[in-house]
Design a protein. Structure first.
Length: 326
């Protein structure tokens, strides 16, 4: 009888050690979630530029090539749940803003993915920089089991077992991040974050390239996803706390961009001291083209026919829109 009691309590100990790990904020629709909806009034701006370094569709089979769905421009501006850029296994994106993000009360920014199912989640780690060179990571935690690989179509992940991992929430809901967590890092200015890096989690629990959480445990997520849309699908980054732009900064930028109509279309000239990215949208909000323009250079845009268009001009820390009628 004493031996049976000992076995019983051992089983209970194992059970509670596996099921009573610190749990985190649950999925959208559940009490206690901290997901932020894309139209929330606490979001005051969005990323204005993005560069992407793609990862392989399947990091264990490089012959399949790199992820290719979407492009970097799709991570700029408001989250819409559809226009995304796929990073591939271990791929990364670095985003900048019209003004640096600062530490405030509560979360300071949020990251959006396009998960269509509350259990099929593709995850990413998040790092920030105040100089564009040195990045510091929000330490991720995954309490998902890592003895059995989650398959490419398995919708089994639970948001309340994940912390500091972008992509834990369904489409149109952002995962929030609080810069206060990084306040002890002496070389990071949490009141002037200029760059945010999103890096796809390689969710292969037995691969050499697997992503580990802060406890050095593999982070298990769907693998392999050997498609053009492989890996984390970045939709947007919303800014909650930000250093206000001065009127002089905005005016100087606007006055440096020249728009000249001619018989071929529109001539755009950049007299600003920084490279700009411009995007052109039609009156339905559909993006027609995007391009980059070096300082002191011009480009002739010929895609226009008669109609109303919206031009977005942005640098690493400034952005404005201009409505034109052709």
């Amino acid at each position: 009888m004493k031996q049976l009691r000992k076995i019983f309590f051992t089983i209970l100990l194992i059970y509670f050690s596996q099921n009573c790990k610190a749990q985190f904020h649950p999925q959208v629709g559940n009490l206690g979630t901290n997901a932020i909806y894309k139209d929330s009034s606490i979001i005051i701006s969005w990323a204005t530029s993005c560069t992407v370094k793609r990862g392989f569709q399947d990091i264990t089979n490089s012959s399949l090539g790199y992820a290719s769905a979407g492009d970097s421009s799709m991570a700029i501006g408001i989250a819409d749940g559809s226009g995304v850029v796929s990073l591939g296994d271990g791929g990364e994106a670095i985003l900048t803003f019209n003004s640096p993000i600062k530490n405030g009360s509560g979360p300071d920014f949020c990251v959006f993915e396009n998960a269509f199912d509350s259990g099929f989640l593709e995850l990413a780690t998040v790092s920030v920089s105040s100089d564009g060179i040195n990045f510091f990571e929000f330490q991720p935690t995954s309490n998902t089991q890592f003895t059995t690989q989650i398959g490419p179509f398995d919708a089994v992940l639970q948001a309340d077992k994940l912390s500091n991992l972008a992509g834990k929430y369904i489409a149109n809901y952002g995962t929030p991040f609080d810069l206060q967590e990084l306040a002890s890092i002496p070389t990071l200015n949490i009141n002037s974050i200029t760059h945010v890096k999103i890096k796809d989690v390689v969710g292969c629990v037995n691969c050499n390239n697997k992503t580990l959480d802060k406890n050095l445990n593999p982070i298990n997520d769907p693998f392999p996803t050997a498609f053009a849309s492989s890996g984390f699908d970045l939709d947007a980054i919303g800014v909650i706390n930000q250093i206000p732009l001065t009127l002089n900064q905005i005016d100087d930028f606007k006055n440096s961009i020249k728009i000249k109509y001619n018989t071929e279309g529109i001539l755009l000239t950049n007299n600003f001291n920084d490279k700009i990215t411009f995007c052109i949208y039609n009156n339905l909000g559909q993006q027609l083209t995007t391009s980059q323009l070096e300082p002191n250079s011009s480009i002739q845009v010929k895609e226009f026919i008669n109609g109303v268009y919206l031009l977005n001009f942005c640098t690493s820390n400034l952005s404005f829109y201009e409505k034109i009628i052709r």
